[in-house]
Design a protein around this ligand. Structure first.
Ligand code: FAD
Length: 290
């Protein structure tokens, strides 16, 4: 099924994200986690794509398994900044051969040693979206968006303008970067709707269940941390079991507040952890059946 049909069905949706293994040795463990997460019957599952080499080879395979072996709609991520046009088309051919119906079209992070813009390749996700629309017109296309602005953007207005270009190039839905303060999302939704971005939005929620995870997230994206969240880290960060419980509770509360305020599509960054996906889903069992 196409993700856009699910998001346009008028129901509250809950989707989960998984990532492929870095090496073939880890494939079985990832497959087992994917199977357990799929058994929760989310509305769809997305599979990330490694920027260049490594894990990208497994994205299509896992997305195919999610759909065919585990019976859940799947969404394969695809990034373009480290690939030639031929490589991207090769990946789109693979998607077609494997019955993939949905793709999240991304630029990817620019490799540290690269001069940007790269010659004869894609510079921005909007170019990949145009390519997919022309080369694989049957795919349902999603794109990424950034409620706090993408780190490379001079300001949010410019970033929203570029988001509009992506949507105009043929995007069916967008998924947000994680955020920990719902007011940031509500403000962003107002601004993107005002800018003419009218496709469904999946709100990306990251359950932070270990203090070390937060340190990494903060270093990578500089995401705003509300005082309430900092207190949780201060008080429970040194106790893994307590931190996990508090992190799941925080993510649950964030989701309930979003749904209560009309944000109907929730995408959880489950990080290949079935127990976290299961607990969040159990906490929402009546709420997501709306
Ligand atoms: P773009 O939309 O191309 O934007 C990148 C920057 O360029 C922004 O600052 C934008 O404002 C600016 N820009 C866009 N167009 C123009 C223009 N014409 N002129 C000037 N500036 C412009 N990465 C992976 O490698 N694999 C994944 O699986 C993956 N999944 C993700 C899922 C989600 C939901 C999100 C939010 C991010 C994901 N990422 C993933 C990270 C993503 O690849 C990086 O954030 C990357 O730096 C930007 O990708 P993009 O598709 O948003 O790029």
């Amino acid at each position: 099924m196409q993700v856009k049909e699910i998001l346009n069905s008028g129901k509250v949706t809950l989707s989960f994200e998984v990532f492929p293994p870095k090496t073939s040795d880890a494939f079985e463990a990832v497959d087992a986690a994917v199977n357990q997460i799929a058994a929760l019957r989310p509305d769809f599952m997305s599979v990330t794509y490694g920027a260049g080499g490594g894990t990208s080879a497994y994205t299509v395979r896992i997305a195919k398994d999610i759909k065919e072996k585990y019976g859940v709609t799947s969404l394969a991520h695809l990034s373009c900044v480290s690939s030639t046009r031929e490589q991207v088309r090769g990946m789109l051919d693979q998607m077609k051969e494997n019955g993939i119906e949905n793709v999240l079209a991304l630029r990817g992070d620019i490799p540290k040693d690269a001069t940007f813009p790269l010659a004869n390749q894609y510079h921005y996700a909007s170019e990949l979206i145009e390519e997919i629309r022309n080369y694989a017109p049957n795919l349902c296309i999603g794109a990424a968006c950034y409620p706090e602005g993408h780190p490379e953007s001079a300001n949010k207005a410019e970033d929203i303008q570029h988001l509009k270009e992506k949507v105009d190039a043929g995007v069916d839905f967008i998924t947000t970067q994680m955020f920990f303060d719902n007011a940031i999302l509500h403000n962003y939704l107002y601004r993107i709707r005002e800018a003419g971005v009218n496709v469904p939005v999946c709100a990306g929620i990251m359950p932070v269940t270990a203090a070390s995870q937060m340190k990494r997230i903060f270093q990578l994206s500089g995401t705003y941390l509300p005082a309430r969240f900092k207190s949780i880290l201060d008080r429970f960060g040194g106790n893994p079991a307590a931190m996990k419980q508090a992190g799941i509770a925080y993510a649950t509360e964030q989701i309930i507040d979003l749904i209560a305020n009309g944000v109907d599509h929730i995408h959880v960054y489950t990080m290949n952890k079935p127990e976290i996906a299961a607990q969040i889903q159990a906490n929402l069992s009546e709420i997501i059946n709306l």
